[in-house]
Each structure stands twice: as structure tokens, then as C-alpha cells.
Design a binder for this molecule. Sequence first.
Ligand code: PGA
Length: 272
Amino acid sequence: MDRMDLERIIRQEIINSLFQTQEFLVVGNWKMNKTKQEVIEFLNKISGYDFGQKNTVVVAPPNPYLYLFEEKLRYTKVLYGVQNFYPEEKGAFTGEISLAMARDFGCKYAIVGHSERRTIFMECDEFTSRKVEFCIKNSIKPILCIGENLKQRKEEDYKQFLVNQIKEGLSLIGENELSNIIIAYEPIWAIGTGETATPEQVEETHMFIRKFLIDHFGSEIGKEIPLLYGGSVKPSNVKELALAESVSGFLIGGASLNAQSFIEINDILNGK
Ligand code: PGA
């Protein structure tokens, strides 16, 4: 074994022991994917799996499959949530579901302001803030997604854009409710493209966001708000991304669809 090998092994050991204590939040966003049979197979694989105690593991499936999650994950540590809902109690909103319905099936989280909602369904900051507020009222943890597109990254003050998305998204909730929110930074250019932001880019943006949260909301709350990274996260890059400063976990699309890669990601984040 040469010196390089030895250094690599030692580095690996250090990272593993670090990850054995650091807490991560790992959220799978299935988007509009999977058949009923595929969902059952996925749930059978993960329901018997030991995800350990320290990390929080969440999956957001398409709504029609929530009953399977309720059935199969009841006695497990895996939590689940919705990808979308309408911010009203009930009523004439054809095609929508309410958070009361999501809660009925045991949901604890909701993804809000995902770039696909913003760009394909034209959901604006104002609507996103109502959804965040509605989550809090319904005891559901909102995962507020923010992120710039490539043009903004190259040509504009994208950091100011991110700050505005956070300010707007959280504009309707009180300070004592901030402990229930989660922010996910997802650069649009890295979502579903296979092009991940580098650990350096993630670290730079996350540290900037963290500083903003501390300056804006005070250090006690600002330090605690979980800050996820999302965009082409997979088993092969999650370790380096998890080492980036201020990364509290991940929002994972494509790689969360496969039980094996989802488990692999979680194993890495458990220092296994
Ligand atoms: P991706 O999606 O991991 O497939 O890039 C992430 C997301 O959209 O949440």
C-alpha cells in the first residue's frame, strides 16, 4: 500500500466517523413517477431497512400512493409528505388536495415552492408564502425550495434573488414558527440535469444563506434552520456534498426513485 492509498483510507475513516454523529435530513422527491407495483416494491425494500437513529428520512410520493405509505411505514422511522397541496381548508378547488387530507394519511412534510411548481405551474412568491403559512397552521413542516436559473447565475445578482425568495416565502409566518421550517437550495441548472453544483459552489451559497438567516432572524434561530441541497444528488457525489459547510441534508429527485440508491445515500450519511 503506498502513501496515497493510506491517506485515502485515513480520510475515509475520518469522514465516516464524522458522519456517524452528524445529523442529516434526507428527503426523496418522487415527482410524477412510479406505478403502484413499483411503489409496493420500493416500500417493501425500505420498510425493513435500518436507517439508524440520527438522520431524518422523508419521502414525498405522488398523492395516490400515500395510503400505501401509511400502511407500510407505520412502524418504521421513515416519514413522508406531499409534493403539493392547495392552501385552503376545503372547497371548490377541482383537482387539488388539502393539508388536512395529507395529515389524514400521516404526512408530516410538504415541499413548497419547488422550481417545477414555480416555472411550470406559475406559482409565485406570494402564493408560495401562503402555502408556507398554511403548512405551519396545519402542523406540517414546509420544505421551502429556492434556487436560481442559469441565466440568473451568470448574469444577475443571484444571491440577492435567493434572499428575496426566502424573505417572500417566509413573509407570512411569525418568528416563533421558524423552528418548523426547512429551506432547500436547489439551483435550477442542477435539477434533473445530471450536472451537480460542485461542493465548493454549494458551500459558498449555503454559507451565504446561513449568514443571511443569522443576520435576519438572529443567531439562535438562524443557525438551526435546516438547509438542504438539491440537484442531481446521487450516491457518487453525496459524500463530498455533505462535507460542504452548512449543508444539513438533501432533497433528492431521480436517485430517490431507486430503493437501492436511496439506501446507499442514507448509508453514506450514516458513515457506513
Ligand atoms: P434531481 O431532483 O435530484 O433529480 O436533480 C431534485 C429535485 O428536483 O428536488
